[in-house]
Design a protein around this ligand. Structure first.
Ligand SMILES: Cc1cc2nc3c(=O)[nH]c(=O)nc-3n(C[C@H](O)[C@H](O)[C@H](O)COP(=O)(O)O)c2cc1C
Length: 315
């Protein structure tokens, strides 16, 4: 299949999602969309220092997301992550949840770019600046002017030499909206991200928020360096396969063949597969029976029954 856009130096990535982008999903994505970068869910620096044994990610195509606000803890966490083979780290400056605000990290740190720079400088004692990145919003609360965003990015890039920023193209309200509402209600403004890229043509600028279609990805990649995809992974997993195949010029596999390529299956994998047959005949049956599945053999058998269902209904 011919891609309309050669993906030289461009990145398509799976967004960090708490409770979802864990090692089990990473293994599944390796089969479904092997060329995509994968951001882990956010881990607080303290959790990394305390339990590095829990971080059983594959190091390939992984960007590990950290949250926190103590430079000293970032120094320690950086050493721990380096020791277990993590190659790239992203700092979460976009999460608006009350719990995260209480810990003084996430989106509220957009108001403290110098502290963010100090945390990143601490990581830079274990990592090169091109292995480090920041994910942020357009702004927070009433600090939502374009100059606020530019000041945030300028301060960090000058203080640390970090030049990779992924921007969720909407602001966050720190009070009044819960995290889910903060992913939907503040309006998307992609043009602001484009203008950030225009201002810093040599920076790697990623764009995120509401991007679900190949045609939209192509448009964003004409300007930005990375498109980050979040909820689509949970809502329509096969689309992620189609996107990877399209931009990397290979033929898509059937849903059944993708499942045959899974090496392990556990209950956790099951919840990621809920949307695999979205909008296909038999999808309700698939979703209903999936929680009962205990191993790969049962999964393949269910998928075969499902494709039979699909053919009968189409016929
Ligand atoms: C369930 C869930 C958990 C999330 N957890 C994180 C997180 O840990 N770190 C982060 O930076 N963003 C997190 N996000 C935000 C996503 O990374 C992304 O910015 C957002 O969903 C917008 O992208 P989308 O419209 O493609 O979903 C989360 C989103 C969802 C839906």
């Amino acid at each position: 299949m011919q891609s309309l856009l050669p993906l030289t130096n461009k990145v398509i990535s799976i967004a960090p999602m708490m409770g979802w982008t864990n090692p089990s999903l990473q293994k599944l994505i390796k089969v479904i969309a092997p060329n995509m970068m994968f951001y882990s869910q956010m881990y607080h620096v303290e959790a990394v220092i305390r339990r590095p044994d829990k971080l059983t990610y594959l190091s390939e195509n992984l960007i590990f997301q950290l949250g926190g606000s103590s430079p000293e803890k970032f120094l320690q966490a950086g050493r721990v992550l380096k020791d277990i083979g993590i190659k790239k780290i992203n700092l979460n400056i976009g999460c608006p949840s009350p719990k995260v605000q209480k810990g003084n990290f996430g989106a509220c740190l957009m108001k403290e770019p110098n502290l963010v720079a100090e945390c990143l400088s601490a990581l830079a004692s274990s990592y090169h600046s091109n292995q480090l990145s920041v994910k942020c919003r357009l702004g927070v609360d009433h600090d939502d002017s374009e100059s606020f965003l530019h000041h945030f990015i300028d301060t960090i890039s000058k203080e640390t030499d970090i030049k990779t920023f992924i921007v969720h193209a909407r602001k966050a309200w720190l009070s009044g909206l819960n995290p889910k509402q903060n992913r939907d209600i503040p309006p998307l403004d992609y043009e602001r991200v484009y203008r950030l890229k225009e201002k810093h043509p040599k920076f790697h600028i990623g764009i995120n928020g509401g991007i679900n279609k190949i045609s939209d990805i192509t448009e964003h990649l004409k300007i930005c360096d990375e498109v980050m995809i979040g909820r689509l992974v949970l809502n329509d997993l096969y689309k992620i396969h189609e996107i990877d195949a399209y931009y990397n010029q290979y033929n898509t596999s059937s849903r059944g063949s993708l499942l045959e390529n899974l090496k392990v299956y556990n209950k956790d994998t099951g919840r990621f597969l809920q949307s695999l047959y979205k909008s296909m005949p038999g999808c309700k049956e698939w979703r209903r029976k999936l929680p009962e599945i205990e191993n790969l053999r049962q999964l393949l058998s269910l998928s075969q029954q499902n494709s039979l269902l699909a053919t009968q209904e189409i016929g």
